[in-house]
Ligand binder design. Structure first.
Ligand SMILES: [Zn+2]
Length: 371
C-alpha cells in the first residue's frame, strides 16, 4: 500500500481558466459557498468564471486522508467546522496569500480512491464531487458555509445600511406598477414559433437559498410553468429543459435549443448574495455577444421593469454556459435577489410571481413579433 499519494485531480474547464487570467487580482475569495451533503456530495459555489483545483491525500503516512480544493482569492476568515461520520472536520484557510483552500479531513478508515473522485462543473458557479459512501455512516458537517463572497461585488451599488432600518420580520410584497392579465399579452402568429424555457437548477442543486429558506429552483420552476402555459395560450410551442425537481446538466439544456430549431432560449434564475446584505435587490438580465440576444434580453427586462417594482441592475453581457452554448437568441434573467429583503418578499408572493410570468411572456412575445 502506498502510504501517501498526492495528485492533482482535475482543473476547471479550459475556458474558465482563460477568462480567469484576464481577471484582476481578487479582493475576495472565489469560494462563495460550500456544503457536504449527508450523501457525501461536496458542492462548491464559486464566483463566475472561477477555476477550482481539487487535490487529495490518502493513506496513513501523511496527515491522514483528506481532499482539498484551491480557489483564487483570500478567505474572509479562516475557520474550521467539526464533522461526523466519515468527516473529521472541514477547514477553510489560506495556505498562501491570495489562495483559499477548503480541506475536508476524513477519519482514518476512509479510503480515498483517486480513480473515483471527479470534480464536475455543473453550472457556471457550481461544482460537485462525490465522496466514497459508507452504508450507515452519513456525512455530517455541523454547520454550513455561508455565502461569503459577493460574486457580483464589482457592480454593486449598495445603499448605506442603517442597522436600525433592517426588517425585523417578513417584509410585505410590493404592489405591482401595473397588473397584467393574459388578455394583455401581445398576439403572435399561432403555430409559428418554438421557445425553449429553462428553469435553472433543480434536484440536489437548489440554486440560491434566500430569506425564509426560499429556494431558487422552486421559484423559477413555478414561474417557468406559468410562462409555458401563457405562451401556449398564444399558440407558441414551448419546450422546457426541466418540468420537475430534477437536476439537468447544462449541455442538454443548450442542446434542447440547438437541436430543435427553437426561435429563442430563455433561462430563468434568481440571485443570491449574502444573508447579511438584504439591501441588495434588483433585476439583471444577461445575453452573450449577439445583437438578437441583447434585444431579447432587453424586451424581457423592460417588460418586467414596467410591471413590477424592481431596482434596475441592467441588461448586461454574461458568459453563462447556457447562453454561450446556445446558437439561437438566448437570455438569462435573474428575477431578483432571494437574499434581498424587498425582492425576497416579492418572490415569495404568488401574485407577484404571476405578474413576473406575465411580464416575461409579454417580453418574449414582443421580441418574436419584431424579429
Ligand atoms: Zn441560478
Amino acid at each position: 500500500m502506498p502510504d501517501r499519494r498526492m495528485r492533482r485531480l482535475l482543473l476547471g474547464a479550459a475556458a474558465a481558466l482563460s477568462v480567469l487570467a484576464a481577471l484582476p487580482a481578487r479582493a475576495f475569495s472565489a469560494l462563495a459557498g460550500w456544503r457536504v451533503g449527508t450523501d457525501g456530495v461536496v458542492e462548491l459555489r464559486t464566483a463566475d468564471y472561477t477555476s477550482v483545483t481539487a487535490s487529495y491525500e490518502a493513506g496513513s503516512g501523511g496527515r491522514g486522508p483528506r481532499v482539498w480544493f484551491d480557489l483564487p482569492g483570500s478567505p474572509s476568515r479562516p475557520r474550521g467546522v467539526l464533522g461526523g461520520g466519515p468527516v473529521r472536520q472541514v477547514r477553510i484557510g489560506q495556505p498562501q496569500p491570495g489562495l483559499t483552500r477548503l480541506v475536508i479531513e476524513f477519519e482514518p478508515w476512509v479510503e480515498i480512491d483517486p480513480a473515483r473522485l471527479k470534480l464536475e462543473a455543473v453550472d457556471r458557479d457550481t461544482w460537485r464531487l462525490q465522496l466514497p459512501l459508507y452504508p450507515g455512516r452519513p456525512y455530517l458537517v455541523l454547520g454550513e458555509g455561508s455565502l461569503e463572497t459577493p460574486a457580483a461585488a464589482p457592480v454593486l451599488r449598495p445603499r448605506s445600511l442603517d442597522p436600525t432600518a433592517l426588517p425585523t420580520g417578513p417584509a410585505a410584497p410590493r404592489a405591482p406598477l401595473r397588473t397584467l392579465s393574459p388578455g394583455d399579452l401581445p398576439q403572435v402568429t399561432r403555430g409559428r414559433y418554438r421557445v425553449v424555457i429553462d428553469p435553472g437548477h433543480g434536484g440536489p442543486d437548489p440554486g440560491a437559498v434566500g430569506i425564509g429558506g426560499t429556494q431558487e429552483k422552486d421559484v423559477v420552476l413555478e414561474v417557468c410553468r406559468q410562462i409555458r402555459d401563457l405562451l401556449q395560450s398564444r399558440g407558441v410551442e414551448v419546450l422546457m429543459t426541466r418540468d420537475a425537481d430534477i437536476d439537468v446538466d447544462l449541455p442538454p439544456r443548450a442542446q434542447l435549443a440547438n437541436g430543435t430549431g427553437a426561435h429563442v432560449f430563455v433561462s430563468v434564475h434568481a440571485n443570491a448574495l449574502n444573508m447579511s446584505r438584504p439591501d441588495v435587490n434588483g433585476l439583471e438580465t444577461f445575453y452573450f455577444q449577439s445583437v438578437q440576444g441583447k434585444n431579447l434580453a432587453s424586451a424581457i427586462h423592460n417588460s418586467i421593469l414596467g410591471t413590477v417594482r424592481r431596482e434596475d441592475r441592467g441588461v448586461r453581457e454574461g458568459r453563462f454556459y447556457v447562453i454561450r452554448a446556445t446558437r439561437v437568441p438566448a437570455t438569462l434573467v435573474e428575477l431578483g435577489f432571494l437574499t434581498g429583503a424587498d425582492d425576497a418578499a416579492d418572490l415569495a408572493d404568488p401574485a407577484h410571481r404571476r405578474q413576473l410570468a406575465l411580464a416575461v411572456t409579454a417580453g418574449i412575445l414582443e421580441y418574436l413579433n419584431q424579429n
